[in-house]
Design a protein around this ligand. Structure first.
Ligand code: PMP
Length: 359
């Protein structure tokens, strides 16, 4: 069996120790005689799994006591609708920052549920940056302000936290737990699990207590944060296996030294890769250097005709998932927490060889 270096954007690479533990526990979960996927979500053995995962992520992200952590379904995309349904009245204003594909999708969805005001957009520069707050329009009466701290497709990341009067809502799908965050700066954080948390099917929501209970009457129950919080995310059957895997990933992160340690590693990995790109005339990255993502690194070849050859050679060298998103083309290396530094080294070595051979 040969594991490749997996640069997929999500579902994405998982830590080997997580997969090994899931394998070892699969047939007989901790003496229950059944797999964790066969357990009742309301029984004691599973409740222990659910509670441990929540405790661990609270510890990792230093979640204050006045925030609830929810383990929901529907992906980050369902949150595009759940956020306005829960936090804004029909027709009420909400501020959105548009930094690329994912914020554009969040905006489109929200337009059905509230009065979206785009306070800033980097569209004029082809979504290459996180617009400085000084350039944002004011929106004093906004029910909330939504932004996407890491654009998974464009490879643009906010390395600062906006300061707004309204509750700040962040789609952290592709950079949650990649570095320390001050949760108290946010009203609500959400993230699909399939990048830094585990496998698809689970969405993490961290929401401040005072934002619960405002959902409009027509909000479907499973999308209602207050109802989900009131039933510990078990209003209906949760994504039990994905929740379990999230717990394993959180435990792994704890053993690795937590988010501070992983942040240092992520910085080192990204610096190496951007260094290799910047050090050549053959590869380039489109993002403004100050706003480059540490998680998703898109890059293009000077000659796009060679893209297919590059990808074919990469696969042969055990480097998978490097094809850029279909909307932008080129290449993209997603280098989440679980991507080892050895994967970056192997990618850089392959890039250098490919460039030499192309010369
Ligand atoms: N937001 C961001 C930043 C994403 O990267 C993604 C998925 N790649 C989504 C939202 C959508 O997530 P999901 O597929 O879980 O709905």
């Amino acid at each position: 069996m040969a594991r490749v270096f997996n640069f997929n954007p999500g579902p994405a690479v998982l830590p080997d120790p997580v997969l090994e533990r899931a394998r070892d526990e699969l047939m007989d979960f901790r003496g229950t005689g059944m797999s964790v996927a066969e357990l009742s979500h309301r029984g004691k053995p599973y409740m222990a799994v659910a509670e441990a995962a929540e405790a661990r992520v609270r510890e990792l992200a230093q979640v204050p006591d006045n925030y609830r952590v929810l383990f929901l379904q529907g992906g980050a995309s369902l949150q595009f609708a759940a956020v306005p349904l829960n936090l804004a009245e029909a027709g009420q204003r909400a501020g959105y920052i548009n930094t690329g594909s994912w914020s554009t999708k969040a905006i489109k969805e929200a337009q059905a549920f509230c009065d979206v005001q785009v306070l800033a957009t980097s569209e004029a520069t082809n979504f290459d940056r996180a617009p400085e707050q000084a350039t944002w329009a004011a929106c004093d009466d906004a029910a909330f302000v939504h932004f996407t701290p890491n654009e998974t497709i464009g490879g643009v990341e906010f390395h600062w936290v906006p300061d707004v009067a309204a509750p700040l809502v962040a789609d952290m799908s592709s950079n949650i737990l990649s570095r320390p965050i001050d949760v108290s700066r946010y009203g609500l954080i959400y993230a699909g699990a399939q990048k830094n948390i585990g496998i698809s099917g689970l969405t993490l929501v961290i929401v401040r207590d005072d934002l619960l209970g405002r959902a409009r009457a027509a909000t479907p129950s499973v999308m209602n944060y207050a109802l989900q919080a009131g039933s510990d995310s078990m209003l209906n059957t949760p994504a039990t296996f994905a929740w379990y895997v999230a717990g394993l990933v959180f435990d792994w992160l704890h053993v690795e030294g937590g988010v501070e340690a992983i942040a240092a590693r992520n910085r080192l990995k990204a610096d190496k890769l951007y260094g290799a790109i910047d050090g050549s005339n053959f590869y380039s990255n489109p993002a403004r250097p100050s706003d480059r993502s540490l998680m998703n690194v898109p890059f293009t070849l000077a000659d796009a005709e060679r893209d297919a050859d590059f990808l074919k050679g990469a696969e042969a060298a055990g480097l998978a998932g490097l094809k850029g998103h279909r909307s932008v083309g080129g290449m993209r290396a997603s280098i989440y927490n679980a991507m080892p530094e050895a994967g970056i080294d192997a990618l850089i070595e392959y890039m250098r060889e490919f460039e030499r051979a192309a010369a």
